[in-house]
Design a protein around this ligand. Structure first.
Ligand code: OOG
Ligand code: NI
Length: 468
């Protein structure tokens, strides 16, 4: 009886809430960050009535505090295959392929997220999910040992697997099953202070790469950060030290602009946490750094043309100024970033005309009232206020930024250079599905909004020249 099923959106919301509670309890500094974000958001809303009104109309005001993303790192292809099925229960699908090996991080990744507009509006929670690439470890002995350790663990509880199967078989979960599912799934993401390996093994894994130690030494893929949305990322970054939080040196992504593009992110440095090793002689204690907190601010999704320009500008800045491990030159970097990005128009209208970004089109009440007497030139429709366009928000990640977040939390001294060995085919094979192309998703949403708007205006079939 399908009517008895709860929506995947609801399961995702329950899960986000449960994960947030768990993480706040486990990582107190994350709770402090959340407070700071709340304070800054409240200030922005109080001074910017227009923004506040826009968020209220879009129903976003009451969801402003809900986390936007988190991240995990998996060890085996089987773990990845099952996580796809687990996230499907919450309406999250794999979108995009990110090769982090270029940046010296031996993983490749995807983003599990809701894809349709209605689901994104309910709760856009995403999980940046990485798979360790053991084949990039040079030492063969260590590679085999790590594979062996990983093969022995089971990161999903038997009941979680049963509920995933139940969802696949029946096509959904009931409210009671959903509650059980959330509790069981949460166990996979929980922190374990007890390592499954000895201090000696941990050290060897750690010496090969800190990330390898993080993935291989524990019972499961602990959630390594959660990320709320901020309305003023520069201000939160500036105030973090006042709260005893150490932020990474620079904000990743584009510079501050009037019209936000893509994604800006910054994090606080991962905390050193006590762990217990399973040594033959008994338990010994040590520490491990893995968990941190992050904030994000999202803007418009760029078209392939806009993205190419973004990538080119960013690369030119990074070629010019390299920020040192302790944040040296961070100021130069920010200045250079702002300067070079002047080449990317900072108005919605120009970005739209130049085909740099995706927009959501809608017929205005004036346009609907004037049906039958409307110009058939789309740009005139916009100019006369019959057709409006709003930015489509970027829902994905940025590989260069992700690498920066990884590195900051692994310690920049740990950078190692692996050759670029992007292997999307192997990733998709392990996943058991192809990852979706984010650009196609944005283009489809834009096209659908335009078709609907034109239909409402009685101009079905009319296309915009400027639509990318
Ligand atoms: C993931 C880092 C990437 C982001 O927001 O770009 C990321 C990780 O450290 O596992 O979360
Ligand atoms: Ni993140």
């Amino acid at each position: 009886m399908p009517g008895a099923f709860v929506s995947t959106d609801r399961i995702r919301s329950l899960f986000t809430e449960a994960m947030s509670q768990m993480y706040r309890t486990e990582v107190p500094q994350y709770g402090t960050l959340i407070e700071l974000v709340g304070e800054v958001n409240a200030e922005v809303l109080a001074r910017d009535q227009e923004l506040s009104e826009r968020l209220r109309r879009a129903g976003e005001l009451e969801r402003i505090d809900v986390e936007r993303h988190g991240a995990i790192r998996l060890g085996t292809t089987e773990e990845l295959f099952t996580i796809r099925r687990l996230f499907a229960v919450m309406g999250m699908q794999p979108v995009g392929y990110y090769d982090l090996s270029v940046a010296g991080v031996p993983v490749h990744s995807t983003c599990f997220r809701p894809v349709d507009e209605a689901a994104l509006n309910v709760n856009p929670f995403r999980v940046f999910t990485s798979l360790l690439r053991l084949e990039l470890i040079e030492d063969e002995g260590l590679r085999a040992e790590a594979a062996d350790i990983l093969a022995k663990r089971q990161i999903y509880s038997p009941h979680a697997i049963e509920l995933i199967e139940q969802h696949e078989k029946a096509g959904g979960l009931t409210e009671a099953e959903a509650a059980e599912f959330v509790a069981e799934a949460l166990e996979t993401f929980r922190w374990h202070g007890e390592a499954t390996v000895s201090a000696e093994t941990y050290k060897r894994l750690h010496d090969a790469h800190r990330l390898i130690a993080d993935v291989v030494s524990f019972k499961g893929p602990h959630i390594n950060h959660l990320t709320p949305r901020t309305l003023d990322i520069d201000e939160v970054q500036r105030r973090m030290p006042e709260r005893g939080i150490t932020p990474k040196a620079v904000i990743e992504g584009p510079p501050r602009r009037n019209c936000d593009i893509l994604l800006r992110q910054t994090s606080f440095k991962a905390l050193e946490e006590p762990i217990a090793f399973a040594d033959v002689a008994g338990i010994t204690s040590g520490t491990h750094t893995a968990r941190f907190g992050e904030i994000e601010q999202r803007g418009v999704a760029l078209t392939a043309k806009g993205r190419a320009l973004y990538d080119q500008l960013l690369a030119s800045v990074r070629g010019e100024v390299q920020v040192g491990a302790s944040g040296a030159k961070a100021g130069d970097y920010d200045a250079e970033l702002a300067e070079r990005f002047r080449a990317l128009p900072d108005s919605w209208d120009e970005m739209r005309r130049d085909g740099l970004a995706f927009f959501h089109y809608s017929a205005t009440p004036a346009g609907i009232a004037a049906r039958g007497q409307l110009p058939s030139d789309p740009d005139a429709l916009i100019a006369k206020g019959y057709l409006r366009f709003d930015p489509v928000i970027y829902e994905d990640f940025l590989p260069v930024s992700a690498a920066g977040i990884f590195q900051s939390n692994l310690g920049t001294d740990q950078q190692q250079n692996y050759a670029t060995r992007s292997n999307r085919a192997a990733f998709e094979k392990a996943l058991g599905a192809d990852v979706q192309d984010e650009l196609v998703l944005y283009a489809d949403r834009q096209a659908a909004s335009l078709d609907m708007a034109m239909e409402e205006l009685g101009l079905s079939g009319l296309k915009l020249k400027t639509v990318a």
